[in-house]
Design a protein around this ligand. Structure first.
Ligand code: SAH
Length: 250
């Protein structure tokens, strides 16, 4: 039988935010490959399905293992959280294809979209991503911290709403504070800042503050941070960014 590899995302955490297309792909798989906690989110669908759980840091090994299984004829699904293309396994799979066996380029490889954390977090508070926005990962595991700073500065100067993924971890406790310091040197003190932990799940927790009051220790690895643009504001209980610039149209 010809093998295949589909990269999927489970969404932000709750089962109902996993797409029906992703559920259908999972139901057909012979092998599930992924970080243990993401695999645990998937109920057992078939007793004959093999699960290959791994540690979080070994993305490339995991991708190679998945490609080898697909090359041997298995129906493989690689599982990420959120969307598989946003700071996740889909790129790791293509990195492995690029550096790996020429035959892997002929494999049936597909990516199934999912609900990324930024969208679930935005929906919890209103519509902060309603204007132009960008996403930046604060992790410097795979890029230099000077690159992160350069991008933060450019995003602040261009007045984007900024979604910060990977804002903090035990190994990197100080970076979010440094990011806020940099943003404070460019953006207004009253800019809304949102910390959304476990967005899109029953455990979600929201902290709303301003750039002046933002504390880097508020976030952990399950938190998505949104820093507003100059137009982002509060209306009632909600935070939103209007679609238009001031004076253009109302
Ligand atoms: N592929 C994932 C992102 C992986 S990077 C996606 O599309 O969502 C991991 C980071 O995503 C975390 O450090 C955190 O910043 C964010 N994240 C993932 N799930 C989240 C959730 N339910 N709530 C808030 N942030 C989340």
């Amino acid at each position: 039988m010809t093998g295949s590899l589909v990269v999927v995302g489970t969404g932000p955490g709750n089962a109902d935010l996993m797409t029906p297309a992703t559920s259908a792909v999972l139901a057909k798989a012979t092998d599930l490959v992924g970080y243990g906690p993401y695999l645990d989110r998937i109920p057992t669908i078939r007793a004959d399905q093999c699960r290959h759980a791994s540690d979080n840091r070994v993305e490339l090994d995991r991708a190679r293992q998945a490609l080898s299984l697909a090359a041997s004829g298995r129906q493989v699904v690689v599982v990420s959280g959120g969307d598989p293309g946003v700071f996740a396994m889909a790129s790791a799979v293509f990195e492995a294809v690029e550096a790996g066996e020429p035959a892997w380029r002929e494999l049936d490889i597909r990516v199934e979209p999912g609900v990324t954390a930024m969208l679930a977090a935005a929906a919890e508070v209103g519509a902060p991503l309603g204007g132009d926005f960008c996403a930046i990962s604060l992790s410097d595991n795979l890029k230099a911290w000077t690159t992160v700073e350069r991008r933060l500065k450019a995003a602040a100067e261009a007045d984007f709403v900024i979604a910060l993924y990977n804002p903090a971890s035990k190994a990197r406790p100080h970076q979010l504070g440094r990011a806020f310091d940099l943003l404070r040197s460019i953006k207004a003190a009253e800019t809304p800042v949102l910390f959304v932990r476990a967005a899109g799940t029953v455990d979600s927790k929201i902290v709303t503050t301003t750039l002046a009051g933002a504390d880097g220790t508020t976030a952990d690895m399950r938190t998505l941070v949104i820093v507003g643009a100059s137009t982002t504001r509060q209306v009632g209980r909600w935070i939103y960014t209007p679609r238009s610039e001031p004076g253009v149209r109302s």
